[in-house]
Design a protein around this ligand. Structure first.
Ligand code: ZN
Length: 295
């Protein structure tokens, strides 16, 4: 099934919730970056969170980035979403391999590390982007996202994310949910949400049973009446293009372009999000150099 995101609110207006399935886009990320399982899980969780948070922006051209820097062997993890929830991302060291935890699970926390920060950048196409940052709690991503919402946006949030990697290292299922309390929600609502989250169990268990974001939300929020507000397909989507890369080359300035032309005779730039190689011949470079000189 294609990856999908759903957005819902409880009939009492106290809780809003988003859920997403991301098996295909996580598998795409794995194939592009050749990630090993623990990195597939770490990057996959971050992509799922970015998709849900990006989809919440609701203004055209806006984007949301999550950067996780935990000091662990995987290095930085970056995920960027557009305002519909389509994502792209990468991990600095995709081929990190670590022993499984004692419970048999991938040790995402150890790969990411917990000595660092999770930063969210919202670019709403205004002058300055909004930037919020929190200290990592455990590097497992979901609890760090929840902490971000509590600290930076003062929204009580439950977040769960999961990626199940198959024996052949492909992604078997992936996704997550975000549940947020709206103003006026009291202790009774909080305890009902907490009980639902606890009873539902792990995201990977829910998705293995039924790879459907709505079914997942209905299970977690079974004590509430849910109204679905929106369902949307989401995918791995890179926004790079030859034009954009050319603009980046132009911005290097005449001196650097001339040096590139003298030393290499051409340019080959690889997009860090999709691994597409953008080739510029000597002739292309001379044309861009001319433009740079006119500036
Ligand atoms: Zn790209």
């Amino acid at each position: 099934m294609t990856d999908r995101l759903i957005r819902a609110i409880t009939a009492d207006g106290m809780v809003k919730a988003t859920a997403v399935t991301t098996r295909e886009l996580t598998e795409r990320a794995r194939q592009i970056h050749k990630t090993l399982p623990v990195v597939t899980a770490a990057l996959g969780r971050t992509l799922a969170a970015a998709s849900m948070m990006g989809n919440a922006l609701k203004s055209e051209g806006a984007s949301l980035s999550i950067q996780v820097r935990g000091g662990g062997p995987v290095g930085a993890i970056v995920a960027i979403s557009d305002s519909e929830g389509n994502v792209r991302g990468y991990a600095e060291h995709p081929q990190v391999d670590l022993p499984l935890r004692s419970d048999g699970k991938l040790d995402v926390g150890a790969a990411v590390g917990c000595d660092g920060t999770l930063t969210v950048i919202k670019d709403l196409c205004m002058k300055e982007p909004y930037i919020g940052s929190v200290q990592l709690l455990g590097g497992e991503i979901a609890e760090d996202i929840a902490q971000y919402f509590v600290e930076s946006e003062q929204i009580p949030t439950a977040c769960a994310l999961g990626v199940l990697v198959d024996r052949d290292q492909s992604v078997r299922c992936a996704g997550g949910y975000l549940i947020q309390l709206l103003p006026g929600a009291g202790e009774d609502v909080i305890s009902k949400v907490e009980a639902g989250v606890y009873a539902a169990g792990a995201v990977t268990k829910l998705l293995t049973a039924n790879d459907d974001p709505e079914a997942m939300l209905r299970t977690v929020l079974s004590e509430f009446e849910l109204e679905v507000l929106e369902t949307a397909p989401v995918a791995y989507r890179c926004t790079c293009s030859r034009d954009r890369v050319e603009r980046a080359l132009l911005s290097l300035g005449a001196d650097e372009l001339r040096q590139m032309l003298d030393e290499q005779g051409h340019a080959e730039l690889t997009c860090q999000f999709c691994d597409q190689v953008h080739q510029f011949s000597g002739e292309d470079l001379r044309r861009i150099l001319e433009l740079a000189q006119k500036k």
